[in-house]
Design a protein around this ligand. Sequence first.
Ligand SMILES: Nc1nc2c(ncn2[C@@H]2O[C@H](COP(=O)(O)OP(=O)(O)O)[C@@H](O)[C@H]2O)c(=O)[nH]1
Ligand SMILES: [Mg+2]
Length: 441
Amino acid sequence: MLDNLKTNLRAAIKKIINSSGVDEELIKELSKDVQRALLQSDVNVRFVLEVTKKLEERSLNETPPPGLSRKDHIVKILYDELAKLLGNETEFSFKSGRMNKVLMVGIQGSGKTTVTTKLAKFLTKQGYKVAVIGADTHRPAALVQLKTMCDKVSVEVYGDEKNKDSLQIVKKGLKHFENSNLDIVLIDTAGRHKKEKELLDEMKQINKVAEPDLVLLVIDGTIGQQCFSQADAFNKTVPIGGIIITKLDSSAKGGGAIAASAATGSQILYIGTGERIDDLEQFSPTRFVGRLLGMGDIKAVLDLAKRLESEADEVRLKRISSGKMNMEDFYYQLEEVTKVGSLRGFLDSMPGFSGMVKEDQLDQMENRIQKWRYIIQSMTKKEKADPDLLNSSRIKRIARGSGWPEHEVKELVKNYKNSKNMMKASKGRQMQSALRRMGLG
Ligand SMILES: Nc1nc2c(ncn2[C@@H]2O[C@H](COP(=O)(O)OP(=O)(O)O)[C@@H](O)[C@H]2O)c(=O)[nH]1
Ligand SMILES: [Mg+2]
């Protein structure tokens, strides 16, 4: 699957790994290689440029965490940016204790019926009780195809060859399964329409009748970046809850298909990778990119990066607790607070903050942190490392840069100093226990 893309990306990485040193020229070359690889896989030009611009910028400007080589850091950046291109990392979860209705939509030949049977098996294996409704009334053989395949995995199919009214079939099918204690019912629909509008109209009606919990759009991956407009057209008619891209085994345009689908904002939930019933995979952007780049190489790098990040945290904590906190550390603490989201618990045990904040002031506090974030971001590296440099002319500049008045900058500096002094007085004990309680220390 996506063999060309895989080969080209890996070749690009190899060039970096085998180079004697990293310089701007090499990064530009990597960027060009990646561009070529993605374009050949039919990824939209705009996405390609976004990815490689980020890749160049970050590779040139970011300092790798101590201990991680510049080369490995660049590979990690490439991995990050590609994964970002392919969408978010969420999973759909079926509600327990009732029948979840899943409507399969897509144009004829996209692979709906095939995916329906694949999914029936996949979900059955996961322990769900699954059944299928065959509502493709346009193709006489459709029901036979569905029944033959579902029989093999002991999944019941409801259908009626003589009935040409797909809405009625859906209604009757849902009634038929009403008391069967099902977890999931998959509804396979038709796609044989001369005009796109007719298909979309029928989808709208079926959607109304079925009231599905999840609408899955099945798209043929061989159409590449055109997936975007197709998904968009469907999405305007029925709210698409997830996308399945098929035929990735036989498509050179798979990369483009995945990127374009992700760009619609809908989650890609599964991919089809062959004609056999087991050729279905749950989709995860990071796992997918990992495999694309050769997980063997990349996983070690990622593990190392993660470990180094946490080691860097330790060094920081030591610095904070010995009273040597700088503005960067202060910023880091603010970030941790918002990341973890338990502002209350954190503030209660932060010297310099506790007592200052009452319950009803929490919102205000969050606004203040946001403000401080902008202000700190307007400081130079030097100023962050040594906030004692902040004289009135620097404060004036920072105020202008951040868009906040000078007294706000001064307020931040005052709080920073308070926090630093108290941290020193308590030898960081309070800070550490707060972090530990949140599983950070
Ligand atoms: N190579 C390949 N072929 C597929 C895949 N999924 C479906 N097909 C083929 O695509 C054709 C149309 O599939 P079908 O399920 O009938 O599409 P529908 O009209 O949307 O129901 C069939 O010949 C399938 O075998 C896939 O992941 N890989
Ligand atoms: Mg079909």
